[in-house]
Design a protein around this ligand. Structure first.
Ligand code: CP
Length: 302
């Protein structure tokens, strides 16, 4: 496989293979590069987890990692993303990990098939976040060992969420029962093909996995953002301590983070026994090692 840009590129079995490879890395599997390999992480939108997690995965695989700062790059002089990638390809980079605010930014890169560099989408606007999806699937699989008939609720700012889109599709294909809740005007009806929208309080007691989403203020426009009422949101759509008492004892909480503590989830629940939020981050490194390994094998570098 040359690239990983969207989750629909992966058959369910491919996704499970990557998760099993990630589990092997977590259990201590080591690999040896056949020759030096170079990675660059090009983030045109802010990130803590995804960027550092890819850096850690690249270093654990023995890759050399080049610096890239979008603000001081020649993109600020108007150079296109395509020409930027042709440049790093020309200097010998094998793998570029890209996060970009524009949904589907990668289509302009792949339409001519003229790039000879591995590409991984680390998040595009409100589009897709395939590595986050796979680390979420790994975290669920670690807990429940199977997806069949597992009830998963995706709650919150769904319309702006690339995590919601990627996870809903993959969970559906893996056999889970997907549900959505949160503000109705932040729901995306295009997701109804994967599961039904319902009331958070009615759905919560039946769920095995509660996948919370961050309120993405940077993608909410104008007055809706300035008029956003934290307490009203928390009371109606947040996982409060009181509401969490309705969860099944074996249910788990996921959140891609960063977390707005006290908005979509109460502070005390973030590190509670049912939370897997920091396990997700840990698993992210191993999932990214698995994704990168697959791309390096395609280039005969591993
Ligand atoms: N979950 C996630 O994508 O976090 P960052 O924005 O910090 O990378």
């Amino acid at each position: 496989q040359a690239n990983l840009l969207t989750i629909d590129q992966l058959e369910s079995d491919d996704a499970l293979d990557l998760i099993h490879e990630a589990q092997a890395f977590k259990a201590g599997k080591q690999v040896q590069l056949l020759k030096p390999a170079y990675a660059i992480n090009m983030f045109f939108e802010n990130s803590t987890r995804t960027k550092t997690s890819f850096q850690m995965a690249e270093k654990k695989l023995g890759m050399q990692v080049l610096d890239f700062n979008s603000a001081t790059s020649s993109v600020s002089k108007g150079e296109s993303l395509y020409d930027t990638l042709k440049t790093v390809e020309s200097i010998g980079v094998n793998l570029a990990v890209i996060r970009h605010p524009e949904t589907d930014y990668y289509r302009q890169l792949t339409q001519n098939n003229n790039l000879n560099i591995g590409l991984i989408n680390a998040g595009d606007g409100s589009g897709q976040h395939p590595s986050q999806c796979l680390l979420d699937m790994m975290t669920i699989l670690e807990q429940f060992h199977c997806f069949h008939d597992l009830k998963v609720l995706i709650n919150g700012d769904i319309a702006h969420s690339r995590v919601a889109r990627s996870n809903a599709e993959m969970l559906y294909r893996l056999g889970a029962q997907v549900y959505f809740s949160g503000p109705k005007d932040w729901f995306d009806p295009a997701l109804e093909k994967y599961g039904r929208y319902g009331d958070f309080d009615e759905l919560l007691p039946q769920m095995d996995v509660i996948n919370l989403l961050r309120v993405q203020h940077e993608r909410i426009s104008g007055s809706a953002n300035t008029q956003f009422d934290v307490q009203a949101y928390r009371q109606q759509y947040g996982l409060t301590k009181q509401r969490a008492k309705q969860m099944k004892p074996e249910a788990i909480i996921l959140h891609p983070a960063p977390v707005n503590r006290g908005v979509e989830i109460d502070d005390e629940l973030v590190e509670s026994p049912q939370s897997r939020i920091f396990t997700q981050m840990k698993n992210g490194v191993y999932v990214r090692m698995a994704i990168i390994s697959r791309l390096l094998r395609f280039q005969n570098l591993l």
